[in-house]
Design a protein around this ligand. Sequence first.
Ligand SMILES: [Zn+2]
Length: 143
Amino acid sequence: MLKFAKFLADNGSVVNIARNTIRSVSKSTSGTSSSAAVSTDTDEPIDIPNPYEKDRSICILCKHNIVPDYKNVRLLSQFQSPYTGRIYGRHITGLCKRKQAEVEAAIIRAQNCALMPAYHKDIDFIKDPKLFNPERPIRPHKY
Ligand SMILES: [Zn+2]
């Protein structure tokens, strides 16, 4: 529209008519166009939160503030395989290093105290809800 007006202004004779039409157009759309024009005129960056920021993941024991204890066999049994009794690695459990070490120490201590079996999962705890899916680990294993 402005180019059209400039073109008319160059011609000279039709300037008044063009101004009148521009005014009428600008009056009709003044409410939205003026505010949009103000926002687009400033080319300064806008402060927005980073859309690519990853949300910090927190391990399940830290989230619920649980300290693994060797007497809490039911909890510890969720960190071992139901088939072999092997302790799940950190790539499956998703625990932080500290909690994983605490869990492993607690499991070994429970096994030494004969509270937990070493080579299989206790039958009483086999139907407990599965916290981890070893078929789909959080990270693939290194080896
Ligand atoms: Zn943690």
